[in-house]
Design a binder for this molecule. Structure first.
Ligand code: S3P
Length: 170
């Protein structure tokens, strides 16, 4: 690992942002959300960006901000759920951070994202979209150094699991 970062990956609604903010406080590291970096850079929200420029454009900007932010150290980086579909992104995450995948059961994810209008991939029937994308991404998060299921644990427990694994990392 070239740099000291904790990179949170995982499907939408698995708690990356919430857990990331808690971790950043606990470790006194900065918190970075790659979706937010994309929005700042483009001056548009993610739904606006998808609507006006399309997903492929979003993915390019997402890769750029991931590359840039991983040049620094001592950050908790919460990534967009689809960023791991790109091999270069995965390699950069592994090279420059301790990669933690957050998971949750489908019903939990659906409950957490149901009323959110900020996720363009979940248009139409949210439940159907989540189930379909979960199948497509079945193995996408398997490259992580640590995987934590957030279905039955609260965010505080998830935080402790990550902190302990970070301390024991090789
Ligand atoms: C996406 C997840 C979103 C955001 C965009 C696409 C995805 O981030 O990057 O809507 O492809 O899974 P969150 O995982 O933070 O919701």
């Amino acid at each position: 690992m070239k740099r000291q970062n904790i990179v949170l990956i995982g499907f939408m609604g698995t708690g990356k942002t919430t857990v990331g903010k808690l971790l950043s406080k606990q470790m006194d590291w900065s918190f970075v959300d790659t979706d937010q970096l994309v929005e700042q850079r483009e001056g548009k929200t993610i739904p606006e960006l998808f609507a006006t420029r399309g997903e492929a454009y979003f993915r390019n900007v997402e890769s750029e901000v991931i590359h840039e932010c991983l040049q620094k150290s001592h950050q908790i980086v919460a990534t967009g759920g689809g960023s791991v579909l790109n091999k270069t992104n995965r390699e950069r995450m592994q090279e420059n951070g301790f990669v933690v995948a957050l998971t949750a059961e489908a019903d939990t994810i659906i409950r957490r994202v149901k009323h959110d209008r900020n996720r363009p991939l979940l248009h139409g029937n949210v439940e159907d979209s989540v189930r379909k994308i979960l199948v497509e991404r079945k193995e996408a998060y398997h490259f992580a150094d640590l995987t934590v299921d957030t279905t039955y644990s609260n965010f505080e427990e998830t935080l402790q699991t990550i902190l302990e694994a970070w301390k024991r990392r090789v």
